[in-house]
Design a protein. Structure first.
Length: 762
């Protein structure tokens, strides 16, 4: 089999044939035996993520999976027909087998139960009629369980399907033996309490048939629900249109979207989805971004504005020049991040996988021991056998294997539709335990669009000369302050000199040669370190020379020549977002390199009571670590290069999508939506997801712990055990799907629901 590898890691394989979490663990172990390979397999998504796999060894990985008894195919994001076809075939097969099993099981159970309870109604050969009805059920209908069991036994392994197959085979086998050999058994069991008259040996035929039907029903609804959960995760991928109107030579030509190239001009009509990221060259429209960022209102876009692929032009015709196409668009990258998030397992899932690996053989051993104990205590063989089957079935941990991955998958998918991109399941898990949120000021709580409010000459230089020298130095800076000074200089039509010998010191200032002489732009401390003269009149507390705005000082030829005052605009929803965080019981901290006066102004407006100001980039990480040492679980929200170290040092890093690449790489969660309510949304969704996981695990563990003693005590009919086990898996998946109903914390009720804490710590 020839398979070509994709160009970028990680390699993804679609896996078929997995029926439980133990199967995923087996595939994972098989792949990890390959030299230099690290693999992670997710049962919920039926996908394997492989790193360290050279292009020439992909066929080897596929062969390894197939040798383990499963199917594998290279995953193709653009055309994943194999995965969809495999899922559809599985659902169709389960539906057909379930229909046949249900049609035959209903009369079989009616006959066996009625005739078992009323011996006078029995007629000669009624047991053989029951046997004829049961044979198609326990063979063809139950074949998926038997096939998986046989395949795994060839490899010396057991799974949850092994328990089901053994239960079906044992129940049917015992009924067949008693009928063929004419063994008259004692009393049977019905609904766990009360006995049926002697001679009702075929009661175990309805146990085998009912067990098969219940398990098929559970597997069918579980498979459909998992596909629905996967659809939530893959919703981003389906936002992009498949065709595009390319504008060429004055005409519009409809083409497949994969033929669109960067630099092409395309047309978007009212109501159509935008096929790629681009710059509007003509037209005006309200663009609906809600499906991509969670923004509730359409955004007015016109010539010169940028648009993102996957959003919808609601009421206007746009002519757009493509700037990013294919896998390079923001939509494609978001979808890729959401997919890759499934490759990183949560800590709780790793623990559950280890438990599941030992659980199945443990259950088989327990069933044998319980059967033996009942026989030694003097119970009849049929009674002891039935109790052993009940133990075998009731303890099957299918729900345990689904509890965590389904909740995380739906949670990550719901987050993506709200503008919250989670890089990994472990990040979602960590964010649910956060106690303190550290917020950067510029670009996070404020717009980051600073403006110059005043230019004050302090020597013989004029206002324009001070601004021109500062703007010349800041030509090489990407900082918001430098860009604001540059914009002000351009607005005054000042002619800047060429930039020479530029050097930047983050958080302090910058230097350059202007017209052959050294110029410095920065804070007072930076100028003092460089022995700038003229600082003496400014001696005293820093607050005396810095207002609530940001002050930048300009030195030229070793002398202080002026001061520039700038201010940043606080985002309109900053105060509401901070209040929402407080409503979730979280402590908020403002961390900024700006002056204390500027920081206090922001804190007073937003309601933040804990402020760290004048902090250098290297010190930000130290403060985050200090908060962690105090016992806080810290989330850091930032967007710039200065925040990257702090993002990495925190328990959870959140970066706004408008931030720099290095900030996004350092973050665990990327916030796409522009309004700040996305921050409490991320925390609240994480808490809700963790709560769902806990409920799922509580049910899965509690169900097994409570049911095992009941079954071992002989109080649980095997038929009821089969139904309860199947129902538990469906309930776990259904509970996870409820995460789709999560609402933004902009709704006060959602805040109260997500919070388990009362009050506002500030």
């Amino acid at each position: 089999m020839t398979v070509e590898a994709p160009t970028g890691p990680p390699l993804q394989l679609n896996i078929s044939g997995m029926t439980c979490a133990a199967c995923a663990g087996r595939v994972e172990k098989a792949l990890n035996r390959l030299d230099g390979v690290t693999a992670s397999v997710n049962y919920a998504t039926e996908r394997a993520w492989i790193t360290g796999m050279p292009a020439g060894r992909v066929a080897e990985a596929v062969a390894k999976v197939e040798k383990a008894g499963y199917g594998a195919q290279l995953h193709d994001d653009a055309d994943d027909q194999w995965s969809r076809r495999a899922n559809e075939v599985r659902v169709t097969s389960l539906r057909r087998r379930l229909l046949l099993a249900a049609v035959l099981t209903v009369p079989l159970m009616d006959i066996t139960i009625v005739f078992a309870l009323v011996p006078g109604w029995r007629f000669p050969g009624w047991e053989w009629l029951c046997l004829a009805l049961a044979v198609p059920i326990v063979t063809w209908a139950a074949w998926p369980f038997h096939r998986t069991t046989l395949r795994n036994l060839r490899h010396g392994k057991v799974t949850m399907d092994t328990l089901v197959s053994l239960g079906i085979a044992a129940s049917f086998g015992w009924a067949l033996i008693t009928l063929v050999l004419g063994i008259e058994g004692g009393s049977g069991y019905w609904l766990g309490f009360g006995t049926v008259p002697a001679g009702a040996n075929s009661i175990y035929l309805d146990v085998a048939a009912g067990m098969t039907t219940f398990q098929l029903a559970g597997r069918y609804f579980e498979t459909r629900s998992r596909r629905k959960a996967g659809d939530v995760l893959g919703a981003l991928s389906r936002l992009a249109p498949t065709t595009v109107r390319v504008f060429e030579d004055g005409y519009e030509r409809l083409k497949p979207v994969h033929e669109l190239r960067r630099g092409d001009t395309f047309v978007v009509l009212p109501g159509e989805a935008i096929p790629a990221d681009g710059l509007i060259t003509s037209g005006r429209a309200s663009v609906d971004t809600s499906m991509l960022t969670g923004e509730p209102l359409p955004r007015e876009s016109r010539t010169g504005n940028t648009v993102v692929g996957g959003t919808i032009s609601t009421n206007g015709r746009l002519q757009v020049q493509a700037t990013s196409v294919g896998a390079h668009t923001q939509l494609a990258q978001m979808a890729a991040l959401a997919e890759q998030a499934q490759a990183r397992k949560a800590n709780v899932q790793t623990l559950v996988d280890r438990i599941t690996a030992y659980f199945v053989p443990g259950v088989i051993t327990l069933a044998v021991l319980v059967t033996g104990a009942w026989l030694l205590s003097g119970a009849e063989l049929s009674q002891a056998f039935g109790i052993g089957i009940s133990v075998l079935i009731i303890a099957c941990p299918c729900a345990l294997g689904l509890a965590t991955p389904t909740a995380l998958m739906v949670g990550i998918g719901r987050g993506a539709t709200l503008g919250i991109l989670v890089k990994g399941q472990d990040a979602l898990e960590a964010s649910g335990r956060i106690t303190t949120v550290v917020l950067d000021k510029t670009g996070t709580l404020t717009t980051g669009k600073m403006t110059v409010h005043s230019v004050t000459p302090l020597t013989a230089f004029t206002e324009s000369e001070v601004l021109r020298i500062a703007a010349t130095v800041e030509q090489g800076s990407e900082h918001m302050i430098g860009q604001a000074i540059g914009r002000e200089a351009r607005s005054r039509h000042l002619m800047l000199s060429d930039l020479v010998d530029f050097d930047v010191h983050p958080g302090r200032g910058a230097t350059a040669s202007v017209d052959g002489s050294a110029a410095l732009v920065g804070n007072l401390a930076y100028l003092s370190e460089n022995s700038v003269s003229g600082l003496q009149p400014l001696a005293g507390p820093l607050e005396q020379v810095q207002s609530s705005e940001t002050s930048v000082f300009v030195a030229y030829r070793g002398e202080l020549i002026g001061k520039i005052e700038l201010a940043d605009t606080i985002k309109a929803d900053a105060a509401k977002a901070v209040a929402a965080l407080h409503g979730l019981g979280l402590k908020t901290v403002l961390l900024t390199g700006d002056s204390d006066a500027a920081a206090q102004r922001i804190a007073a407006h937003t309601g933040i009571k804990h402020v760290y100001s004048g902090v250098l980039p290297a010190e930000k990480a130290a403060i985050v670590r200090g908060l962690k040492d105090e016992g806080n679980r810290v989330a850091m929200v930032g967007d710039g290069i200065n925040d990257s170290v702090a993002l990495a040092a925190s328990d959870l890093g959140l970066a706004v999508a408008t931030g720099t690449d290095i900030a996004l790489k350092s973050a665990d969660i990327i916030l796409v939506r522009e309004d700040l309510s996305v921050i409490p949304d991320a925390i609240a969704l994480s808490r809700r997801t963790l709560m769902t996981i806990r409920i799922n695990l509580l049910w899965a563990f509690g169900y097994n712990i409570a049911a095992l003693p009941i079954a071992a005590a002989g109080l649980l009919n095997p038929l009821i055990a089969a139904g309860a086990m199947a129902l538990s898996s469906v309930l776990v998946v259904y509970n996870s799907l409820r995460l789709q109903n999560f609402r933004s914390t902009r709704d006060h009720h959602a805040i109260r629901e997500a919070s388990g804490v009362r009050g506002s710590p500030g």
